[in-house]
Design a binder for this molecule. Structure first.
Ligand SMILES: *[C@@H]1O[C@H](CO)[C@@H](O)[C@H](O)[C@H]1NC(C)=O
Ligand SMILES: *[C@@H]1O[C@H](CO)[C@@H](O)[C@H](O)[C@H]1NC(C)=O
Length: 405
C-alpha cells in the first residue's frame, strides 16, 4: 500500500460523514432497490449497453473512450455494492452488466486497430483499459455562499429523507476561450502517453514540458478547451504519471488542479442547463463535463434534476443518443453564433455534422462525431453511457450509506 492509499483510507470516515448529508435513504421502509431513480438509471444503462454490445464493430475511438469510463464506474458500482452489502439481486444485475460491458469493450479493440492503425497506436493508452478514477466525495466549493439550495436526490416517492446542500453561485468565473489548439494539445497528450516522437525516437512516457504545463493550466478557457485541460490531468493519473507531474510542479497536487477545473466547469454546466433544458447540440458538451468531474467525486454534478434530464435523452427504443432535428440544431447554433460574434469571440467545433471525416492522426477525434446506424452518435452515446454508469455508481454509494453501514 503506498502513501496515497493510506492517506485516502484514513480520510474515509470523514467522507462517510459528509455523505450522510446528501441522502438518507431507506427511511420509510422502502428498500433502496425500489428507489425510482436507481431503477430508471439501471434500465437506461442496460439499454445503452445493449446498443453498443449488439454491434461493437461499429464503435469508434470516441465511443470506446466513453465505454472505458463507464467500465470503471461499473467496476466501482459493483465494489461499492459489495462493501455496503447491498441487495443480492442488485449485485447480480450489476455484475451481469459489468461482464457484458467488459466483453463489448475488449471486443471492439481489434476493429479500431484495423480501422485506423496510426491513431490507434498514438492514443492506445487512452482506450486500452477501464478508467478507475480516485473518487473523493466532495463539493466544488463556492467562494461566496449565496445560499442557493440544490438537492441532490429528490424527496421522492421512496420515502427517502433528503437534506439540502448550500451552494454559492459566484464561485468561479466562466472563461471565454473555446479555441483548443489541437496540434499543441495532442503533442502534450502524446508526451504524457509515451507516444511522442522526436528525432525519430519515441520519448519515454510521463514527459511534461513547461509549454505543456502552461497550455494545460491556461486560464480563461471554456467548453471543450477546459474539458480537454481537465482530461489531461485525468489521463496523467490514468497512465500512472501523477508522481512525475507533482514532481514537475514542485508539489502542487493534481487533485487541487482537478478541483479548480471542475469548479469552473460546474458553472458552465449550470449555464448550459439554465432554462431547465440543454440545447441539443450542447448536450455532448454537458455530458463530457459530467463524465469527467462526476467520477472524480465532485457530487454537485449528481443533482437529481440533471439525472432526470439526462435520463430523458437516450432514444427509448434504440438506447443510443441520437442527432435531433438538424433544423433545431441549426437554429440554436445560429443564435449562439450571432451572440458570439457580437461578443467578439469565435467558436469552433460546435455543430456535430461539422465534425466528421478528418483523416489526420490527432486527439481532436475525441471531439469528432461519427454517425452510427439509425442516426446514433458515437461520441455522444459513449459519453452518455459513461455518465449513466457514473449515476449508477453514485446512487449505489449513497443509497446504501446510512441504513446499511
Ligand atoms: C463474450 O463474448 C464472447 C464472444 O466474443 C461470447 O461467446 C460470450 O458469451 C460473451 N460473454 C458475455 C458475458 O457476454
Ligand atoms: C521531456 O522531453 C524533452 C525533450 O523533448 C526533454 O528535454 C525533457 O527533459 C523531458 N522532460 C521530462 C520531465 O522527462
Amino acid at each position: 500500500m503506498n502513501i496515497d492509499e493510506v492517506r485516502s483510507w484514513t480520510k474515509l470516515p470523514m467522507l462517510a460523514v459528509l455523505s450522510v448529508i446528501f441522502v438518507v435513504a431507506g427511511v420509510g421502509g422502502v428498500p433502496p432497490t425500489e428507489n425510482a431513480l436507481l431503477v430508471q438509471v439501471l434500465d437506461a444503462v442496460q439499454r445503452t449497453l445493449n446498443f453498443f454490445a449488439e454491434d461493437y464493430s461499429a464503435i469508434n475511438v470516441d465511443g470506446l473512450f466513453g465505454l472505458r469510463l463507464g467500465q470503471g464506474q461499473m467496476r466501482e458500482a459493483v465494489r461499492e455494492c459489495r462493501v455496503r452489502t447491498c441487495d443480492a439481486p442488485l449485485l447480480r444485475r450489476l455484475t451481469d452488466i459489468e461482464a457484458l460491458l467488459n466483453n463489448a469493450s475488449d471486443s471492439a479493440l481489434p476493429y479500431l486497430e484495423a480501422e485506423d492503425p496510426a491513431y490507434f497506436t498514438r492514443f492506445h493508452a487512452t482506450i486500452d483499459q477501464p478508467y478507475v478514477l480516485p473518487y473523493q466525495g466532495e463539493l466544488v466549493e463556492a467562494a461566496f455562499d449565496t445560499g442557493v439550495e440544490e438537492d441532490l436526490i429528490e424527496k421522492s416517492n421512496t420515502g427517502a429523507k433528503v437534506d439540502h446542500i448550500e451552494m454559492g453561485d459566484t464561485g468561479a468565473i466562466v472563461g471565454t476561450n473555446e479555441n483548443y489548439n489541437e496540434e499543441a494539445g495532442d503533442a502534450c497528450y502524446a508526451r504524457m502517453l509515451g507516444s511522442y516522437q522526436e528525432n525519430e525516437k519515441t520519448l519515454p512516457r510521463c514527459n511534461i514540458t513547461t509549454n505543456c504545463w502552461k497550455y494545460m493550466t491556461q486560464d480563461d478557457t471554456a467548453a471543450y478547451f477546459i474539458t480537454h485541460q481537465l482530461l489531461y490531468f485525468i489521463m496523467t493519473e490514468h497512465v500512472g504519471c501523477k508522481g512525475q507531474l507533482e514532481a514537475f510542479t514542485q508539489g502542487r497536487k493534481i487533485r487541487e488542479l482537478q478541483h479548480k477545473f471542475c469548479r469552473k466547469i460546474y458553472q458552465e454546466s449550470k449555464q448550459l442547463s439554465s432554462t431547465g433544458k440543454v440545447k441539443n447540440y450542447r448536450r455532448d458538451l454537458f455530458l463530457e463535463q459530467t463524465v469527467l468531474c462526476g467520477p472524480l467525486g465532485f457530487e454537485n454534478f449528481y443533482r437529481s434534476d440533471w439525472i432526470r434530464m439526462v435520463l430523458s435523452w437516450p432514444d427509448k427504443r434504440l438506447g443510443c443518443f441520437r442527432q435531433h432535428s438538424v433544423d433545431d440544431d441549426l437554429k440554436a447554433l445560429m443564435g449562439d453564433l450571432a451572440a458570439t460574434v457580437q461578443s467578439g469571440h469565435q467558436r469552433r467545433n460546435t455543430h456535430p455534422s461539422s465534425y466528421e471525416t478528418t483523416k489526420d492522426v490527432t486527439m481532436r477525434r475525441l471531439l469528432r462525431e461519427k454517425q452510427m446506424k439509425d442516426g446514433c452518435l458515437s461520441h455522444t452515446s459513449g459519453l452518455g453511457f459513461g455518465v449513466l454508469c457514473s449515476y449508477l455508481r453514485f446512487l449505489v454509494r449513497h443509497l446504501y450509506t446510512s441504513s446499511h453501514m
